[in-house]
Design a protein. Structure first.
Length: 387
């Protein structure tokens, strides 16, 4: 195989974006093999725009056509694991758009199928993992430069969406259609980055508001307390109604601190000694100076970095990495098996808010599925947006 022939399943804004990248030759070692959509309108559009690319109304027919070596799922969240399992069964390499699914029970089935097909490439479109900023802070933490993590705080409220956005489609912002709101749709990337960089928490306690500032049945406001099981704690906050918006990520370690602002600026403060040693060895004169408000910057060194990220380049990087893994065995930036982690975290946050109690991770997958179905039933009864 000289180039990977990618099939795109689903031709919304994201699927169309990938199709354009491929036909314009912007993805190294990858061509557009075929397109699939159940929409008659999209079929007309695609045949006009990509006349030389095979089009299918049924994705199974695409998988069995011989025209694709790999596929990417650009379909509603619930369908990602189902499509993925069918692709892997037919020995087709798989790249899954975020999230890997809506509930961990279903994603676990996908991962199990992938484990049975180790010769196939299975990746996630976690494009933020290619962001040099987040790669930098992960390296700093993995190298122990700020020591053991004591606390994480991420306020990511830059997901403002007006009511018209939610009213645009019947499936949007519904339990039945999307499987959730800001957690599953907008902030899925931050949930992945949080666990990728800092590790998975062991427990969560969440305060989640549903239809708080928007006329929707799913969540538009989330505040979650994280417990990492070793004394370290965290807070994760997100919403879709903050017009001004804040994106600030702080990671406190016993040897320093990382501060990320607007996903562009990183400030790394490395203590000259661990906080434990500084605390133990500080004499009475120094303590008096601290109480009087003395500047403590002499106790650490500060590094400030600026990163520029062009939208789309990260997606290209993931696609090229996916192709390189298939063709050359280059390690994946985002293995498909990692997709369950952010789903587990989102499931735990939902379940905590529904039960009104702290929830352990991994979640009780059967219990979550049961509670999710209750939400779908209630949504239908409430005459809010449903099919």
């Amino acid at each position: 195989m000289k180039k990977v022939r990618l099939g795109i399943i689903g031709v919304g804004s994201q699927g169309g974006f990938y199709a354009d990248l491929l036909v314009e030759g912007k993805i190294e070692n990858m061509d557009l093999g075929a397109i699939c959509s159940s929409s008659p309108e999209k079929e007309i559009l695609c045949k006009e725009k990509y006349p030389n690319v095979p089009f299918y109304r049924n994705y199974i027919e695409m998988l069995e056509s011989g025209n694709v070596d790999a596929v990417i799922t650009c379909t509603p969240h619930y369908t990602h694991p189902v499509i993925g399992i069918n692709a892997l069964k037919r020995d087709i390499h798989l790249l899954v758009e975020k999230p890997a699914g809506v509930y961990a029970k279903q994603v676990k089935e996908l991962n199990k199928m992938a484990e049975a097909k180790p010769e196939l490439t299975f990746g996630m479109m976690f494009n933020q993992r290619t962001n040099a900023l987040y790669q930098k802070i992960k390296k700093v933490i993995d190298n122990g430069e700020i020591g053991n993590i004591r606390r994480t705080n991420w306020i990511i409220t830059t997901w403002w969406r007006p009511q018209a956005y939610f009213d645009d489609s019947d499936w949007r912002a519904t339990w039945q259609g999307e499987g959730g709101g800001v957690l599953i749709n907008q902030a899925a990337h931050q949930l992945d980055l949080l666990q990728w960089i800092c590790g998975m928490p062991k427990k969560v306690f969440a305060n989640v508001k549903y239809g708080y500032q928007r006329d929707i049945s799913v969540e538009d406001e989330v505040t979650t307390v994280l417990d990492y099981g070793n004394g370290a704690t965290g807070v994760f906050i997100t919403c879709t109604h903050d017009l001004i918006g804040t994106d600030r990520f702080e990671i406190l370690g016993d040897k320093g601190k990382i501060i990320v602002d607007n996903s562009k600026t990183v400030t790394i403060k490395r203590l000259n000694e661990s906080e434990t040693k500084i605390n133990k060895n500080m004499d009475s004169d120094e303590i008096a100076a601290v109480v009087q408000g003395k500047d403590l910057s002499y106790l650490y060194k500060e590094e400030k970095l600026e990163f520029e990220s062009v939208w789309g380049e990260q997606h290209i990087a993931v696609l090229e990495n996916f192709a390189a893994n298939i063709l050359e065995g280059v390690p994946l930036l985002a293995p498909g098996s990692d997709g369950i982690n952010s789903v587990e975290l989102a499931n735990a946050i939902y379940l905590s808010s529904w039960l009104g109690e702290e929830v352990e991770i991994p979640v009780d997958k059967d219990l979550f599925f049961e509670e999710l179905n209750k939400k779908i039933i209630d949504e239908k009864r409430s005459n809010k947006k449903t099919d």
